[in-house]
Design a protein around this ligand. Structure first.
Ligand code: BG6
Length: 467
């Protein structure tokens, strides 16, 4: 379905996300035939002019674009970039947007992308209203959306004074990953697994997203946020909802968010006794980090969904910075066979239960591991695995990076892969016990799997990673 030409107004344009994902993503979309004409107006607290912004974008593309953008392509994208420092005020912003619109002809729509921390979001909304840039616009809000229940409610109230709900797109880029959508396809397009997708057959679930990445230049953001708000309350719990939700009546936004919200409502409040907060050794010496910082760079927790499908099935979540490996897996562990007829020492059970594993990496994979007979005399068993990789079945060009996919959806007005205020508010509500009473941070060695306490947390099970 074609979209109208768009002016994308990028707030926080010179931030880490702007460099890493948004500018490369916009370049790719602009140069592809997926979008009609696009013009970009960048704005942030930094003072620079159009030329400075183009140089900034050039560097960002060199460093982070998945495909090279050179020669005529680069000229074309660069010509579509302009910049207004936020200090220039609403009138200057409005006039830059008008200039951009004139390049695009009639029927132009605007997409305001708020790549700014929760505290700054309100000022931006106010500025958009003062600049009269509300009508005919949609607005994408970055996570975290608020920092607790009260601030999320306040932020929602504030936005609703300016924008209507159908103009608002609360982004969670994990939902734009091919593999996350593959969970829906896998669960609801096949008859094979749905009958066993419940407490009778599933023993526990792990959502494990270790990162090797450190802070980069994000100390200021990260100090206020920490691993729980940066990753869990958004990405991990959103993915959990795809795993745990009931089949929606249709694959459309309202039906999907109704089912996700039911999962969030049945989530047990997060119990601080089942949470391990960690901080990598050396974090407090990083530039921009307070020497007595209590911010967690690692978190592991157990949560439970109190409904008919999932009662007594623990969901273990883990994520952190500077860990041993970068992985993004969701692992479903099945119950063991009710009775083992295999002799002791045959190997059954020695390598853990059967698993179905979704790998959320950019080249997404799905694997099923189970016991089979090892060739040779006697009855010795070992784990075998079946693998399915989407890259093998898709044209590489069809794979859109998560942000590109979601920007495109927002331009088309499609809310299916965005989160709702109700969902976000119930997640903050479930998180309150942890936010009010966080356990002490425990130190862990960089390049490790986290503090030792992670093993106790998951016992009698074991973390599936490292493979
Ligand atoms: C972002 C977090 O939302 O997600 C980052 O703010 C994190 O801290 C990133 O590194 C991970 O995303 P991805 O797509 O690289 O797994």
């Amino acid at each position: 379905e074609p979209t109208a030409p768009h002016v994308v107004v990028l707030f926080g344009a010179t931030g880490d996300l702007g460099r890493r994902k948004l500018l490369p993503g916009l370049a790719h979309l602009t140069l592809s035939d997926l979008t009609p004409d696009v013009q970009v107006v960048g704005t942030s607290l930094e003072e620079m002019d159009d030329e400075g912004f183009r140089q900034f974008a050039r560097k960002a593309l060199d460093e982070f674009s998945t495909k090279p953008v050179e020669g005529a392509d680069w000229e074309e994208f660069a010509a579509r970039l302009r910049y207004v420092p936020q200090s220039a005020g609403p009138d200057a912003l409005a006039s830059a947007v008008r200039d951009a619109e004139e390049q695009l002809g009639t029927d132009v729509r605007r997409l305001h992308y708020l790549s700014v921390p929760p505290k700054a979001a309100r000022a931006v909304i106010k500025m958009l209203s003062e600049a009269d840039l509300v009508e005919g616009s949609r607005v994408v809000m970055e996570k975290p959306f608020g920092t607790d229940l009260a601030s999320a409610i306040e932020l929602n109230d504030e936005i609703h004074q300016t924008f209507t709900e159908d103009q608002i797109f609360r982004i969670d880029h994990f939902l734009g990953k091919e593999a996350a959508q593959n969970i829906l396809a896998f669960r609801f397009a096949n008859g094979l697994f749905e009958p066993i997708w419940n407490r009778t057959f599933i023993d526990h679930v792990q959502i494990d997203i270790p990162e090797t990445l450190g802070l980069d230049n994000r100390a200021e953001f990260y100090e206020q946020t920490g691993a729980f708000k940066d990753m869990v309350v958004t990405h991990l719990l959103q993915v959990l909802a795809f795993v745990a939700m009931e089949p929606p009546t249709a694959l459309e936004p309202r039906a999907i968010s109704e089912e996700k919200n039911k999962v969030f409502r049945s989530l047990q409040p997060i119990d601080p006794r089942h949470v391990v907060r960690g901080q990598y050794a050396g974090y407090r010496d990083e530039p921009g980090v307070s020497p007595d910082s209590d911010t967690e760079t690692f978190i592991a927790l157990k949560c439970e969904i109190d409904n008919w499908r999932w009662a007594d099935v623990p969901f273990y979540l883990r994520t952190g910075k500077r860990m041993a490996e970068g992985q993004r897996i969701i692992s479903i562990a099945f119950r063991e066979a009710p009775k083992s007829m295999f002799p002791a020492g045959s190997g059954v059970g020695s390598q853990g239960p059967d698993h179905l594993t979704f790998d959320l990496a950019d080249a997404s994979k799905l694997s099923l591991s189970f016991y089979g007979k090892r060739p040779g005399p006697g009855m010795r068993l070992e784990k075998l695995s079946m693998q399915f990789a989407t890259r093998e079945t898709a044209e590489a060009d069809d794979v859109l990076e998560a942000y590109q996919r979601l920007i495109l959806d927002a331009m088309r007005g499609d809310h299916t892969l965005f989160t709702t205020s109700e969902g976000i508010e119930s997640l903050w509500e479930r998180s309150a016990p942890l936010l009010e009473n966080p356990p002490m941070v425990k130190s862990y060695a960089p390049d490790s799997w986290g503090p030792n306490a992670i093993h106790q947390l998951i016992a009698p099970h074991a973390w599936r990673l490292p493979f």
